[in-house]
Structures are given as structure tokens and as C-alpha cells.
Design a protein around this ligand. Structure first.
Ligand code: ZN
Length: 556
């Protein structure tokens, strides 16, 4: 294994990056650095997690584990013993990431901008938290690094919201913050020693959400006027990232392996589905008495035209921004207040199934598991699931009659591990994700399907991307059914390190040179990445221990 001792890997993460766009744009000459990597390396689709949403996908990327082992399924989760929802905060310290594992092997690791990394891990190197982290001095490890970030004007979250009125300014804003992120990443790449360096960028996904229809003449919201002004916003952002990738390639030379990956893909959004309304129609969900205050509340909201963007307008951006810092995902992904109130309107004693989450999650109200569960595990559970699956198959676009073609993934098919029972009973992918669920009940009480709200015209796709180039990568190879959980084992293997047995992914050997693979057997460690919480250490204690070990020369 000596030849691999010094092997270095550079990972560039693009939230929402897809070869559906980057491939053709590369071939057309718009993205020379991406095209170079694709031409000289191996590339193909990378299957994301289910649900296909950033928190679950990025956490699976870092840990090499399915969500049943790390417990992050979405931005929100149901509180134990309650139907109230709460914001998911990750605790990397108890999860065991490849970054920690490499640190413990004495390798140097630098990570900037990967979502779900707050608080950052005390690793043998540095970590700057990514999206949805609060912007404080704790967002970087070591914390002295935060000062450097603020001096550079670095921001973790976008401090501006998209609206049609601010479409030009928003694109400009994203360009500016991306420039700062890229230059900070480059500076850290140059000045810090590293064996694994990773920089992740969030705004491919952001811009695809709001400007997809401008570049896509087939999108129902496409207009020539907007296309003229904003049709190149997504391409221009990729061009900007391409320049950054080019600079990174110049820095690392040919001996490092370069990986470009995304947490999921991107594509057009045509509909939102209000799953709880559908469950209500199918008498699988019941509300408390019709005359209740919730109905009145919803009607009032609808009459006043209140939605997330009007909320932001009403509150004013500074206050909305403060909310965003406290509950970042809430402001980004849902109307910030009626959420829990509407949950309160459900009559649980007559409800067999309910939904919350951002893609198409359905939960069965199981006796003994849910606080007021009514569905018996076993035969009744199976009957309810079968009924839902059958009824979902009949769903069609009300205007065109086109079937929505849902694909249903049952919990036991896709999750295993200690948190598997916390995941949705059913994950439904509607129309290849051109239709996604709208968070829980909504003011639009009388509809199941509606055009997308909140100006979103693009959303995720299950297939993200992986591009790999390096001395051990087989040029032109295509990954076979590669999944996001495969990247951590593959990166560890390329760095000559053993792979923790508890990782679920596999090494993507089909992307590597066969002679290299046969000369370097995959080594599995006989243990998992130990988490700090298992040993009862606080992050500060762990940080002091890392410093201590460094001082003693145990860690490089
Ligand atoms: Zn994402």
C-alpha cells in the first residue's frame, strides 16, 4: 500500500449538480474545466438518498451510510411522543464521518461548505460549516478560522431571498457570494496542508429552483420576456464554478484524484401535491370538526393571499433573515407559521395516514408507535399500505389527465439500522419528481395538485452526478448503479485507508483502473468510526484532545 500513502483527493460538491446540464454544456464548450474532467476521467449518475433531499443526502455522503443508520431523513422530524415537528439538527460527533475517520488515521482534512456540518467536527485540519448553520464563531473549526471568513466577507447562508421582483439582484447576489466562497476555498487549499480537501457549493440547486423555466422552453411557466433576461442565469453560474474548478485543477496537479459530485440532480418542477389533502379525500386522514378555528384560519389566509413570500414582505427582510438564522430551513422550505397549527387540526383518533416532509413522505398512524396511533401493526398496516399504493396509482394531472406515475418505496426496502423505524413508511416519487409534496396541510384546502408555489420552477432529481479523474481512474468508465453512500468508501480506498465496516456503500471499482484495483485489495477495518458522544466527550474536549495529540505528534 505504500504507493497510496501520499494519495490526495480533492472533492468539489455541487448541491443539485446534474450531468443533464453539465454534460451538454461541457460538450458545447461552455464549461472547459468540467469537460476536461469528464473527458480525462470517469463519470455518470449517482443515485441520491430517498427522500431525495439535501440533509439526508449530504449526511449519507459524509458517513457512507443509509439514513436508517444516521437518522437524518429531512429538514424536519416528528418529536418523539408527539405529532409536533421540529427542525433536524445533526450531531456529526455521534455519526462518524469519513472526515473523522481520516483524521484518526493521521490524515489532514480540510472541509468547507458541506451542508449539515454544524457544529463542525474537531478534525485533523479544518472544517467550515455549510448551509443551514448559524453564522457565529462556532461555525468553523478551529474557531480562529471564523475571523478569517468574516474578513473575507464569507457567508454560510444566503442573506437574500428570491422573488420575481428581485430576480436580477438575486442572481447578482449569488454570483458575489459564490466568488467569495470560491476564493476562500482556493486560499485554504493553498495555505493549509491536506490529504483530503473538499469544497461544496450550494447555489446550483438554489438557482435551478427559481430560474429553471427561464432556460427550459418546455416549462409551462416559460416566457420569452423572462427567458431573454434570465435564460442564462443557471449556465452563467456553472461558468463561474467552471473557472473555479480550473483554478483548483491548476493547484492540485495531476497526482491528486479529483471528484466532482452532487447530493442529487435537478430538473423541472410542474406540480406540488398536497398529500394530506389527498389523504383527507380518501378518508385516511380526518380533521377535527369543520367549524373549527383552523378552517377559518386557512380560509382567512387564502383570502388575504398570505404565503411565504408575503410573510417575508410583511415581516421585512431583516426580521425574516433573523428567523432564517434561527430556523434556516423553515424560512427556506416552508411557510413559517401555520405548520404546527395545522398539525393540531388533525383528528388522530380517525387518521390512518399523514404526511410531512418535502418530497412525498407518508407515515402510517401506527398504534404503539405514534402517540395516538390507530393502525395495528401487521395485517391492518399492510392493508392500509396496499390501499394507499393502489389509490396513488390512479393519480393524474387534473388538466391533462396524464398519470402522475408515482413510485413507492417502502421503509423496509430502503432503510436499515438503529433509526430505520424513524423514516417515512412510504416515500412516494411523483412523476420522476416533477411533482413534489407541499409541506403538510395548506390554505389550498380543496386541491390535491397545484402549480408550484413560491416561484419554484425547478427541483431535485434522484440521480445526481459523479465525475472522477486521477492517476488510478479508468478513463471513460461509467459507474454501475452508483449511490451517494459509495463515495466515502471509494475516497478512503483511493487514499489507501481501510474502510469502516459499518459503512453501507461500496468502492466504485468499475471507475478505477483494473490493474490498480487488483494490486490494491480493499481493506475493511474491523470497527466503525467511533463517535464522540459514545465516549461522553464534549466537542470542546474532543477539540482539546485533537490539539493535544497534534502537540504530541500523533496527528500530522
Ligand atoms: Zn441538495
Amino acid at each position: 500500500m505504500n504507493t497510496l500513502d501520499k494519495s490526495r483527493v480533492l472533492v468539489i460538491g455541487l448541491d443539485g449538480g446534474t450531468l443533464d446540464l453539465i454534460g451538454p454544456w461541457g460538450r458545447q464548450g461552455h464549461l472547459p474545466a468540467f469537460a476536461h474532467l469528464i473527458n480525462k476521467g470517469a463519470s455518470g449518475p449517482l443515485r441520491s438518498t430517498i427522500p431525495t433531499i439535501s440533509p439526508a443526502a449530504w449526511t449519507s455522503f459524509m458517513t457512507g451510510k443509509n439514513p436508517g443508520k444516521h437518522g437524518v431523513f429531512d429538514f424536519i422530524r416528528r418529536r418523539p411522543d408527539s405529532y409536533q415537528l421540529e427542525y433536524v439538527q445533526t450531531d456529526l460527533s455521534s455519526m462518524g464521518t469519513m472526515f473523522r475517520w481520516l483524521s484518526q488515521q493521521g490524515r489532514r482534512v480540510g472541509v468547507i461548505g458541506v451542508p449539515m456540518t454544524y457544529p463542525p467536527e474537531p478534525i485533523n485540519g479544518f472544517m467550515v460549516a455549510g448551509s443551514w448553520a448559524p453564522e457565529n464563531e462556532c461555525c468553523a473549526y478551529p474557531s480562529e478560522l471564523a475571523q478569517f471568513l468574516w474578513e473575507q466577507g464569507y457567508t454560510i447562508n444566503n442573506a437574500m431571498a428570491y422573488t420575481p421582483d428581485t430576480a436580477r439582484a438575486f442572481a447578482q447576489y449569488v454570483e458575489e457570494v459564490t466568488e467569495v466562497r470560491a476564493s476562500v476555498a482556493l486560499e485554504l487549499l493553498r495555505r493549509e496542508p491536506w490529504d483530503l480537501f473538499m469544497a461544496a457549493f450550494r447555489d446550483v440547486d438554489t438557482l435551478q429552483a427559481f430560474y429553471w423555466h427561464d432556460m427550459d422552453p418546455a416549462h409551462p411557466f416559460h416566457t420569452p420576456e423572462r427567458a431573454e433576461r434570465f435564460g442564462d442565469v443557471i449556465l452563467d453560474h456553472h461558468r463561474q464554478l467552471d473557472r473555479f474548478v480550473s483554478q483548483m485543477l491548476d493547484e492540485v496537479g495531476d497526482d491528486a484524484t479529483v471528484v466532482v459530485m452532487s447530493d442529487h440532480g435537478g430538473g423541472p418542477l410542474y406540480h406540488e401535491i398536497f398529500i394530506n389533502n389527498w389523504l383527507l379525500e380518501k378518508r385516511l386522514l380526518a380533521l377535527k370538526r369543520r367549524s373549527d378555528v383552523g378552517d377559518l384560519y386557512r380560509k382567512t389566509l387564502r383570502r388575504l393571499g398570505i404565503n411565504r413570500s408575503t410573510v417575508i414582505k410583511l415581516l421585512g427582510w431583516p426580521l425574516a433573515n433573523r428567523l432564517k438564522r434561527i430556523f434556516p430551513s423553515w424560512v427556506e422550505h416552508m411557510v413559517p407559521w401555520p405548520h404546527t397549527g395545522l398539525i393540531d387540526q388533525i383528528d388522530w383518533s380517525r387518521t390512518k395516514a399523514y404526511s410531512f416532509g418535502s418530497i412525498g413522505q407518508i407515515y402510517i398512524n401506527v398504534r404503539g408507535r405514534e402517540p395516538q396511533g390507530i393502525v395495528e401493526p401487521g395485517q391492518e398496516y399492510e392493508e392500509v399500505v396496499a390501499h394507499i399504493v393502489e389509490e396513488l396509482g390512479k393519480l393524474a394531472d387534473p388538466e391533462t389527465g396524464t398519470p402522475i406515475s408515482p413510485r413507492v418505496f417502502r421503509r423496509e426496502e430502503i432503510y436499515w439500522g438503529p433509526y430505520a423505524d424513524k423514516g417515512p413508511d412510504l416515500n412516494v416519487v411523483f412523476g420522476n419528481m416533477s411533482c413534489i409534496s407541499h409541506i403538510t396541510l395548506d390554505a389550498v384546502q380543496d386541491r390535491v395538485l397545484a402549480p408550484p408555489a413560491d416561484y419554484e420552477t425547478g427541483t431535485h432529481r434522484m440521480d445526481g452526478m459523479v465525475v472522477m479523474r486521477g492517476p488510478h481512474v479508468q478513463r471513460g468508465a461509467v459507474p454501475q448503479s452508483a449511490q451517494i453512500i459509495d463515495l466515502a468508501p471509494t475516497i478512503l480506498y483511493l487514499m489507501g485507508e481501510p474502510i469502516p465496516t459499518d459503512m453501507d456503500g461500496r468502492v466504485l471499482t468499475e471507475m478505477l483502473i483494473p490493474d490498480f484495483v487488483s494490486a490494491h485489495p480493499i481493506r475493511w477495518a474491523d470497527r466503525d468510526v467511533p463517535g464522540i458522544s459514545i465516549s461522553g466527550w464534549t466537542l470542546e474536549e474532543e477539540a482539546r484532545m485533537v490539539q493535544h495529540l497534534k502537540g504530541l505528534g500523533y496527528l500530522g
